[in-house]
Design a protein around this ligand. Structure first.
Ligand SMILES: Nc1ncnc2c1ncn2[C@@H]1O[C@H](COP(=O)(O)OP(=O)(O)OP(=O)(O)O)[C@@H](O)[C@H]1O
Ligand SMILES: [Mg+2]
Length: 258
């Protein structure tokens, strides 16, 4: 089924942007028409990965009602040597734009939600994308919650840090509950590194399943090599046989079924 997936987390730095770019790549290589949306207006990231030459319209313009999504997305399939269809909508990373987005109030955010809902419809129906992946800011501010509300599935990325587990559980059980969203959890940067076995993964899932009360669709260990490689070189494209990529492919398949 065609869908908009929002990638969110309670705390910052859990790996949302990294997973969003890599999941988009995996889907595109499978033959899906994919659109990645950088909706982290407070700390845009995807321009560093996809290095667009020229951006005429930003997603900020779509949120402000001054541009349509069709004029905002850029074909970045060359990043995967045109082996799939991968488009990206970028967030304006200028200091003024970031300051402006941070200062938006509740009224503007309510209008923005309507625009995100329209954007979702345009992307999936008019522009015929199979999967759209929205990378969001961490925490419970309106801009991220808007993306979660408009999405068909919300993926929450959590680490094993106690404060992250506590905040994530609270966010899912108190906030997500209200929206009645389909939610999937990814545990990222789990200890154990490359040696993590299935038993260790199962133990982590068992321990957290009760707290999160939502499907945990994958446990990704912390891999030093993942952190070392430059963002502009998409890991899952360049290392298709690495366990990180293989696990992410499994996650992509589970997400497909939601
Ligand atoms: N499984 C992993 N193993 C090792 N490093 C990882 C892993 N996942 C992500 N990282 C690294 O963690 C860092 C933070 O990732 P990323 O920017 O995607 O987090 P984020 O959740 O988007 O952060 P923010 O909340 O600030 O937007 C990056 O340097 C990335 O390479
Ligand atoms: Mg990010």
């Amino acid at each position: 089924m065609k869908k908009l997936v929002a990638i969110h987390s309670f705390k910052g730095g859990t790996g949302k942007s990294y997973l969003a770019a890599n999941l988009s790549t995996i889907y595109a290589l499978q033959g899906k028409k994919v659109c990645l949306l950088d909706m982290d207006f407070r700390a845009p990231t995807q321009h560093v990965v996809f290095e667009p030459k020229e951006v005429k319209h930003w997603l900020n313009d779509v949120m402000n009602g001054s541009a349509e999504i069709k004029d905002c997305i850029i074909d970045c399939s060359d990043k995967i040597e045109n082996k799939g269809k991968l488009f990206v909508g970028f967030a304006d990373f200028s200091t003024e734009a970031i300051r402006e987005m941070i200062s938006k109030g509740r009224k503007w955010e309510t209008e923005a939600l309507q625009r995100i809902l329209l954007m979702r419809k345009d992307l999936l129906e008019k522009l015929d994308f199979d999967v759209c992946i929205a990378d969001t800011s961490p925490g419970i501010q309106y801009s991220s919650i808007n993306a979660v509300v408009a999405a068909d599935v919300a993926v929450v990325v959590s680490t094993l840090d106690d404060s992250d587990i506590y905040g994530t559980a609270k966010m899912i059980n108190e906030l997500y509950e209200v929206f009645q969203k389909r939610v999937a959890i990814i545990i990222n940067k789990a200890i154990g590194g490359g040696n993590m076995g299935d038993l260790e993964r199962a133990k982590i899932v068992d321990a957290l399943q009760e707290k999160y009360k939502q499907a945990i669709i994958g446990v990704l260990p912390c891999y030093c090599e993942v952190g070392k490689i430059k963002r502009a070189s998409i890991f899952s494209y360049h290392y298709p046989k690495h366990p990180f990529t293989e696990m992410l492919r499994m996650i992509a398949a589970k997400l497909d079924m939601l």
